[in-house]
Structure formats: C-alpha cells, structure tokens
Design a protein. Structure first.
Length: 254
C-alpha cells in the first residue's frame, strides 16, 4: 500500500498517510511547520525504503497537505496524537522517528509517549534542524504578548509568497510542551543534523537538545554551509545514510 490512505479519528478528523511495507523498524517521517509528506526529504526516505525493502510511513497532520481540516486549529498536542493514532492503527512494532524542524519537536513528544508504554518501541531518533521550544526562543516578546491576548501573528515567509501565521492556540500549546528546560526521557540512539547557516533554527538548539536528552548515545552533525532545509543532494544523501545506519544497527551484545 503506497497510495494515500486516510485514517478517520473518532472526532471525524481524517489523517492522510502513505505506507510501504518491509522488514525491520519502520521509518516514520514527521514534517515541519506548514510542510507535508510531499517534501523532498520525505519523498527521498520513502523511495529509499521501497528500494531496500524497509517499511516507511509518511503522514500529513490535520490541516496540512492531503489531510483536511483547518490549519488554525493545529497544535503540537493535536498533531502528536494524530501521529500516535496512525502508528497504532498501522500496528507498527518498532519505529525510527525522523523529524524535520517542528517535526523534530513532535518527534521528541511522540518518542516520550511511546516509550512510556513500551520502552523498546522507538529504535532511534533522527532530527533534521530539530526545533523544540521554538514558541519560546523563536518568537519576540512583543509577539508573545499579542498571542497571549488571543491574536494571531504573521511573519515573512522566505519559502513562499504568503506570510507564515502563528495562531494563539498553537503558541499556548507549545508553551506547555517546552522540553529544553528539563530532562527528555529517551534512552535510545539519537542523531541530530543541523546546518550552521540555518537562519530559522540556530544550530546551538541541537547542542542544547543533546544535553537535555537522557540518552548517552547522542551525536550532533553540523553542516558548515547547510541552511535550514538541508535539502541539497549532499544533505539528502547524509540524511539517507544516517537513517540507513540506524535502521540496520544491531542491538549491543550483552
């Protein structure tokens, strides 16, 4: 099943997803803010998985891509629960979570939720310009005041003609899901890729994240000339190699 399917949730939300079967842990890609499963990194991972006989799951959060809904209603908690629902419905035994930008924040939230029920469910995490807590460090105090008053803010979008909105519900939910001021309860391997020319997410966010993760097996790879998207051919190759190494990694012998 590689065509788009829809999972209907109890409240009527329909979550678009694509799945290719295979052996080993399932690669689950979590896109960034206002992104979707048609992006270059998601497509490259899906193609690699198909070619190598590995399972891969792509999905669009509600209000994004092929999933219907109002983007303004989206929050991290809402989208986390959608990811968990699709993983549960697919009956995935073990996953490798790959999160891009905001998807890196969701990746951590999903990993903690899955590990709480089954410590071995998540084989590993791979963040690409992971952006946990961007509602805190990425928004000016003046704009936080506007959001706290229940008004949306709009910012220039370097990737398209329309400005990027931040809605008060998303911001408020982000503020109750901050991670970088506490220990993050994940003990498996983590690989963090970050461009040092990233104008959206400072690369030291990845080093701060490395410090907060409970796992001792955390590696940060900095790409000196890499931007936020890390979507050049060389960047995609690095991502695919990193994912393949984690998927194929053997468990340590006791």
């Amino acid at each position: 099943m590689t065509e788009t399917r829809y999972l209907e949730l109890p409240d009527g939300r329909r979550i678009a997803h694509r799945f290719t079967p295979g052996t080993g842990p399932t690669i689950v890609f979590l896109p960034g803010y206002m992104s979707d499963m048609a992006g270059s990194k998601a497509t490259a991972l899906f193609d690699m998985a198909q070619a190598s006989g590995r399972p891969c799951l792509l999905l669009d959060y509600s209000g994004c891509g092929e999933s219907p809904g109002d983007f303004a209603e989206g929050t991290l908690s809402r989208w986390r629960d959608e990811v968990l629902a699709v993983i549960a419905a697919a009956g995935l035994e073990q996953v490798v979570l790959v999160g891009s930008s905001m998807g890196g924040w969701l990746m951590l939230m999903v990993a903690e939720a899955l590990a709480a029920d089954s410590p071995d469910k998540v084989k590993g995490l791979i963040g690409v310009a992971a952006a946990p807590d961007f509602t805190e460090w990425g928004i000016a105090q003046m704009d936080k005041n506007v959001l706290a008053d229940g008004e949306a803010i709009w910012e220039d979008n370097p990737y398209g003609p329309e400005p990027t909105p931040t809605y008060p519900g998303f911001w408020a939910d982000g503020q109750v899901n901050l991670l970088l001021e506490r220990q993050i309860a994940f003990d498996g391997p983590v690989r963090l890729l970050h461009g040092q020319r990233d104008d959206d997410v400072p690369w030291d966010i990845s080093t701060r994240l490395a410090e907060r993760l409970r796992s001792a097996d955390v590696q940060v790879t900095l790409i000196k000339d890499g931007d936020h998207r890390l979507s050049r051919e060389s960047d995609i190759h690095l991502l695919l190699r990193t994912v393949a190494e984690m998927v194929l990694a053997r468990e340590p012998v006791a």
